[in-house]
Design a protein around this ligand. Structure first.
Ligand SMILES: [Zn+2]
Length: 716
């Protein structure tokens, strides 16, 4: 037996065993992924070296201790207590958990499994009923889908007051941001969907990641993309009314394409040599692209074959490690198709294809090359599982060369490629005749989304002129479906910020029409979208903002999804900075706090937004929420300059604050690329002096937006 004595320090940032503060108190909590376990105890900190852990903790008597396994014994002596935990099964170091603090616990169960929800706030202030319900529903789904029961005697879901990530799948002791466990009568549909989505994602990891673990961080994407994909399956099963596959394409697929269309992207399967590189891999490629590729391969081989392959894979590698290839082998065996060849190509190459489709003599001509947001051509081929719907009948082909032809006979009336957008590629319909067939088709909401989502990609890359694009948008003016309407709203929000002078009227008109359409509906998705549309309208329409502001005094009676529009409208009409700060400070839930922060960044007067941005760094806003603050400020076209100036002045502070995580990279790529448009040279100089990991990708996107802003402004 080898005994090692060691001492460590509690960390002040978000990793290792760290202090997560709330009000006057704090809890100690661990976040060990990817390589922080070594900071907490000496170990072979490598996912493939699984070990059994036996933990004993000595602490003050009034504190609770939580770990992966249930408590075996507690002893009290000399004012202290010693907590001994049951031995864990064989597991990887990065999944170890230790939490110490004044936790409040609620209890429930799922079959033989004890379920706990723990948080550090006064009893009852974090409402965990819904989190139990969601956990029970997704556990049901996974146990039957995988054919393997949940393996540990208990499952904790722990709300952590300060957390860099959304959640973390420590085996049997999942940690979450507080906002992701709390649901009450004032919770918006949007927040509730996020709660269910994250719970389903993390619980999927209990099998995929925890029971079967990747051999090395090269396969981190498989971990994340699988949990993302399965999480949507589970939520779709538990809450079918939400139609979460529609949210999947709009956020995961589209987000991944936005990233992967840059030259500054990386293959799904990255070669990790230096562990420091791992953090940067927790990005849209590892989650969204990977999950979209899994959805594509499932559609290609069939849902039941996919399930069988996954289940056999988990059976074979339980309590050990595996790589992507092992999964492909099982999927291949279960389906009798060439999964290996397809997956290898998609995960090893950066980028994705654009398929140009033309009609000629009763034939559909297809051509593929790499899609680049910056424009230009790069000859490349992928094995694309292409689907075509032709007059209501579906055809499949594996398009793995530069060109292909499909016989469509004469007199075709409707046609569309990439049916229900299961494929990870952009389609460019080249020619009036083919476009007529496409728009004549009876399009599903997913297909309608696909056409306008591809249109944005074609606009950004210069395949479509701003004029053509705006004409296409007209088709969506009276859209009544949730997904395409949401997408157009997103696109107009971005374009309005990039070219406010040009697009204010277009965007205002669209949002006004949408609001009217949505007034008549009351399903959850419509309520969610109505909240989004109303919020955006307050930034575009002063009369509407004032109308919303008039409800501010009685915010308690405003419907949950509409509250943010009321707060934003109040900010736009009142300029009441101190009042909103006061409300922020009095807020008791994260959702409420975020709502006031959104108000504080929605002022018409840029100098007030500048004050709010400063306030976000004063220590009174959770560090984890600064990303939201930047996103809110970015959506406010009036605040573009002050947001840029704030970022410039605080770039090093932010870098230090998010050290060891990739949070700043995400902020830069997503938002700084927008507020920086119009300041290309200034941005180049800034990133020359601060060569941060995401600098090149941010600059590339910033230049693309800059070019688009100019070309839109030039439209007559
Ligand atoms: Zn995950």
């Amino acid at each position: 037996m080898l005994e090692i004595e060691f001492k460590g320090r509690v960390s002040e940032n978000f990793t290792g065993l760290y202090k997560a503060s709330y009000g006057d108190g704090y809890i100690l909590t661990t976040h060990l992924e990817a390589i922080q376990a070594r900071k907490v105890f000496p170990c072979l900190d490598h996912p493939a070296y699984k070990a059994v852990f036996r933990l004993t903790v000595r602490t003050d008597q009034d504190l609770k201790v939580i770990s992966n396994m249930p408590v075996e014994a507690e002893k009290f002596d000399a004012g202290k207590k010693t907590v001994v935990f049951q031995e864990t099964p064989k597991m990887s170091t990065y999944l170890f958990y230790l939490g110490v603090g004044k936790f409040v616990e609620d209890q429930n169960r799922h079959g033989r499994t004890l379920l706990y929800a723990a948080h550090a706030r006064p009893k009852g202030s974090i409402k965990t009923e819904f989190s139990f319900e969601a956990a029970q529903k997704v556990l049901d789904h996974y146990e039957s889908y995988f054919g393997i029961p949940y393996q540990l005697p208990k499952l904790h879901q722990i709300a952590v007051p300060e957390f860099a990530y959304g959640a973390m799948e420590n085996w049997g002791a999942i940690t979450y941001r507080e906002i992701l466990l709390h649901v009450d009568k004032d919770t918006s549909v949007r927040a509730k969907k996020a709660v269910a989505g994250v719970i389903a994602h993390e619980i999927a990891h209990m099998w995929f990641g925890d029971l079967v673990t990747m051999k090395w961080w090269d396969d981190i994407w498989l971990n994340e993309s699988f949990a993302t994909f399965m999480g949507h399956k589970a939520v779709d099963h538990a809450y079918p009314q939400w139609k979460v596959w529609q949210d999947f394409v709009r956020t995961q697929t589209s987000g991944a394409m936005g990233r992967d269309g840059l030259r500054n992207t990386h293959p799904i399967e990255a070669h990790v040599k230096d562990p420091e590189e791992i953090e940067e891999l927790f990005d849209e490629i590892s989650y969204g692209k990977g999950a979209s590729i899994l959805r594509m391969i499932e559609a290609y081989i069939g849902a039941e074959q996919f399930r069988k392959g996954v289940s056999k894979y988990l059976q074979q590698f339980r309590y050990s490690n595996a790589s992507g290839h092992d999964l492909w082998n099982h999927l291949q065996e279960a389906s009798g198709t060439n999964v290996n060849q397809i997956m290898e190509a998609w995960i090893s190459k950066p980028g994705f294809p654009i398929v140009t489709a033309k009609l000629s003599n009763n034939k559909l001509l297809l051509e593929q090359e790499r899609f680049l947001l910056a424009g230009g051509i790069e000859k490349q081929t992928w094995p694309i599982p292409v689907t075509v719907t032709l007059d209501g009948k579906q055809q499949k082909l594996l398009f793995d060369k530069e060109k292909a032809e499909v016989d469509i006979g004469s007199g075709a009336k409707f046609l569309k490629l990439n049916v229900d957008q299961t494929g990870f590629y952009v389609v460019h319909y080249d020619g009036d005749e083919i476009q007529r067939l496409v728009w004549n088709s009876k399009l599903s909401p997913l297909d309608k989304w696909g056409l306008v989502s591809d249109a944005k990609a074609l606009l950004l890359s210069g395949h479509m002129s701003p004029k053509q694009y705006l004409t296409l948008l007209e088709r969506y003016q009276n859209e009544t479906e949730y997904l395409p309407a949401f997408e157009v709203s997103d696109q107009l929000e971005l374009l309005y910020v990039l070219a406010p002078g040009k697009l204010k009227d277009t965007s205002r008109r669209f949002h006004q029409v949408q609001l009217k359409t949505l007034q008549a509906k009351n399903d959850e998705n419509s309520r969610l979208l109505k909240g989004i549309v109303a919020g955006r309208l307050t930034l575009l329409d002063d009369t509407y903002a004032a109308e919303q502001a008039s409800k501010f005094e009685d915010l308690g009676s405003v419907k949950p999804d509409m509250k943010r529009a009321t707060v934003m409208g109040y900010a736009r009409s009142s300029n009441d900075y101190d009042g909103l700060i006061g409300h922020f400070k009095k807020s008791t839930t994260d959702e409420e706090r975020l709502r006031y922060l959104e108000g504080l960044t929605s002022f018409k007067k840029p100098e007030l937004v500048a004050r709010a941005l400063e306030f976000s760094l004063s220590g009174q806003v959770k560090k984890q929420d600064i990303r939201n603050v930047v996103s809110y400020a970015t959506a406010n076209a009036d605040a573009k300059q002050v947001t840029w100036e704030w970022f410039k002045a605080n770039i090093e502070k932010l870098n230090k604050m998010y050290e060891g995580t990739a949070q700043l990279s995400t902020i830069m790529r997503a938002f700084i690329s927008i507020v920086g448009a119009g300041r290309v040279e200034e941005a180049e100089t800034l990133f020359k002096h601060h060569p941060l990991p995401a600098a090149q990708a941010t600059l590339e996107r910033l230049r693309i937006y800059d070019r688009l802003a100019e070309s839109i402004t030039a439209v007559s």
